[in-house]
Design a protein around this ligand. Structure first.
Ligand code: NAP
Ligand code: ZN
Ligand code: ZN
Length: 331
């Protein structure tokens, strides 16, 4: 539904961005459907935001009018806690300020990127490399960083075997990034329907999780499994695929608990971990990495009035591989 939201007046350290494209993340869908808990309405979602700077506050040093920029899942943090000091603002101990549904410093509820403009503190605004077209840059601000961060932290690279569970928005970026890092990548998807795509994105192997033989064949194989599935899946089955000291990292965020039998962790000294987006410096590093390696998401650009239909398709795992809203269509 179309509505009018207010943005705050530009503060001395703020940047005004004219939004050009906004990606549709499955988190937007969990949020608007209330799956992660109640939210207050009206609420505009969207945290894969790109556009051009049209105005800057008096003290802004990092960005200038005309710059191509992006904003991801957070727009502020305390800057002082040990995690912020370590460049891990996503883990701010005071809670980072989410791009939407969070309480902003002026007490209002933050509103996301399915909108024409946004005002953001300059420290939470990223530079979008020239070589990445706007519409393809948008999904990097969440799907890109959420997969880059654990792949980098758990050292995906030459000699490591990485599995990606779920070939959706996050999953297809995980495949491209892990392959660019030099890892041997396997896709674990519900069916073989997207096999050609997965291999074209850089995966070496592709298996259907609907086939029970898959779990038998791949026992004790992977150093790292990145689970991007938005629904609960059997953790024990995936843990059994880890080799010695392997890690299964959850980035998919179903609201339901994922039960884990500890014996599944004892064998091969396995770890079950989680990871949330990435820090600001790391997000810039990811954008530059993607530009350097010529990596970009596969996007389907839609008009604003097609959002509900796109949500239905995402829910049916019918996304190739990220919907991106052309914001000119709602201007
Ligand atoms: P998406 O595009 O819908 O991709 C999810 C994929 O999971 C689907 O394409 C499908 O892949 C697979 N899947 C869906 N339902 C399934 C089921 N019932 N059983 C098995 N597999 C299923 O979603 P996304 O935007 O990539 O987001 C994925 C999840 O990550 C969401 O829960 C989102 O909220 C979360 N997320 C977390 C973070 C974080 O910081 N940790 C950041 C962003 C998003 P196949 O068709 O290949 O099986
Ligand atoms: Zn997201
Ligand atoms: Zn902090």
């Amino acid at each position: 539904m179309r509505t009018t939201i207010e943005r705050r007046d530009l503060g001395p350290r703020d940047v005004l961005i004219e939004i050009r494209y906004a990606g549709i993340c499955h988190s937007d869908i969990h949020t608007v459907r209330g799956e992660w808990g109640p939210i207050s309405y009206p609420q505009t979602v969207g945290h894969e935001i790109v556009g051009a700077v049209t105005e800057v506050g008096a003290e802004v040093a990092r960005h200038a009018v005309g710059d191509r920029v992006g904003v991801g899942c957070m727009v502020n943090s305390c800057r002082e806690c040990v995690n912020c000091q370590a460049g891990q603002e996503q883990y701010c101990l005071a809670g980072n300020t989410g791009t939407y549904t969070a309480v902003d410093r002026d007490g209002t509820i933050t509103q996301g990127g399915y909108s024409t403009h946004i005002v953001v503190d300059e420290d939470f605004v990223l530079r979008v490399p020239e070589s990445i077209p706007y519409e393809k840059a948008a999904p990097l601000l969440c799907a890109g960083i959420t997969t880059y961060s654990p792949l980098s932290h758990w050292k995906a690279g030459p000699g490591s075997k990485v599995a990606v569970v779920g070939l959706g928005g996050l999953g297809h970026m995980a495949v491209k990034i892990a392959a660019a890092m030099g890892a041997e990548v396997t896709v674990l998807s519900q069916t073989l329907g997207k096999k050609d795509d997965g291999l074209a994105f850089g995966a070496r192997h592709y298996y259907a999780t609907g086939d029970p033989d898959t779990f038998e064949k791949l026992k004790n194989t992977f150093d790292l499994i990145v689970n991007t599935v938005s629904a609960p899946v059997d953790m024990g089955a995936y843990l059994s695929l880890l080799r010695l000291d392997g890690t299964l990292v959850a980035v998919g965020a179903p609201p339901e608990p994922l039960p884990v039998q500890v014996f599944a962790l004892f064998g091969n000294r396995r770890s079950f971990a989680g990871s949330s987006i990435g820090g600001i410096a790391e997000t810039q590093e990811m954008l530059d990495f993607c530009a350097e390696h010529g990596i970009a998401p596969e996007v389907e650009v839609i008009d604003g009035d097609a959002v509900n239909e796109a949500y239905e398709r995402v829910l049916k795992s019918d996304v190739r591989y990220r919907f991106v809203i052309d914001i000119d269509s709602i201007r």
